[in-house]
Design a protein around this ligand. Sequence first.
Ligand code: C2E
Ligand code: CA
Ligand code: CA
Ligand code: CA
Length: 278
Amino acid sequence: TAKARRTGFAVFDQSQDSTDPRKLTLAGDLRRGIDEGQLVLHYQPKVDAQTGRVLGAEALVRWQHPEHGLIPPNDFIPLAEHTGLITPLTRFVLDSALKQCRAWLTAGHELTVAVNVSAHGLLDLDLPAEIAERLAHWRVPARLLTVEITETAIMTDPERALRVVEQLHALGVHLSIDDFGTGYSSMAYLKNLPVQELKIDRTFVSSMTTSERDAVIVRSTVELGRNLGLRVIAEGVEDIATWRQLDAAGCDALQGYYISRPVDPDAFDTWLGSRQAE
Ligand code: C2E
Ligand code: CA
Ligand code: CA
Ligand code: CA
């Protein structure tokens, strides 16, 4: 449909996918993969722009496929979304990320953990209760969990998404608008949603040292966020020059390859240890 195309939700075009036998096989594989523990989370640190102190990490899912190796999320999240597997996937991601957050707490590190919840997750009216249950189970304070949401998620069914978002907010979970600036009506979401954080998409950040236009967009977005009392984080920081520009612009937190790529939990612990020894 025209709407599906406009929102970038080509995955909802069933006629395209149901006839592709390769995708059907992969869907079966994914169901088994979730059940058999083939999904893994990698963590990418978020640091304070002024001090470099580690604030927390974003959990990014990968699929350790027995034949195809490590599959990146963009290759299977759309599939999960339109086969309904996104619900068990999101449940796994939340549980696993909160378990990791508990492990950090036990080791003496109070770090936030961020998870990505896409369209179907945000339309799942059971999600808030499930999150509350998992927070209690792992004894993680709600404020240490950030849920990163995208505009596409909200646009699918704004009323229902708002109900879920408000319940998450009531739990004390932090909400972040992901990929900020890439959508059509980010401003409306800022106006209507109880969010605490705005995350500037890397398409603007990674080119801000070479494109004055992108630099202006980033600086204006930081100012907008700060004037609204939000925390502003930039993703896609790949060099020190970008870090300096973001800090000068007043951006609160940073994420990107310059600091660390997303890494498995053991490598994250090692990275954390080496940071603290500095
Ligand atoms: P995102 O939420 O915008 O995540 C940021 C992506 O940018 C990640 O890709 C990350 O590895 C990459 N990245 C981070 N720093 C840099 C950098 O400095 N330079 C460059 N070039 N890239 C950087 P990844 O891990 O492949 O994830 C892609 C997307 O998949 C994510 O985009 C997110 O939308 C989705 N995703 C990942 N995990 C989950 C999940 O558990 N659930 C859902 N629903 N979606 C997820
Ligand atoms: Ca994200
Ligand atoms: Ca992004
Ligand atoms: Ca995203």
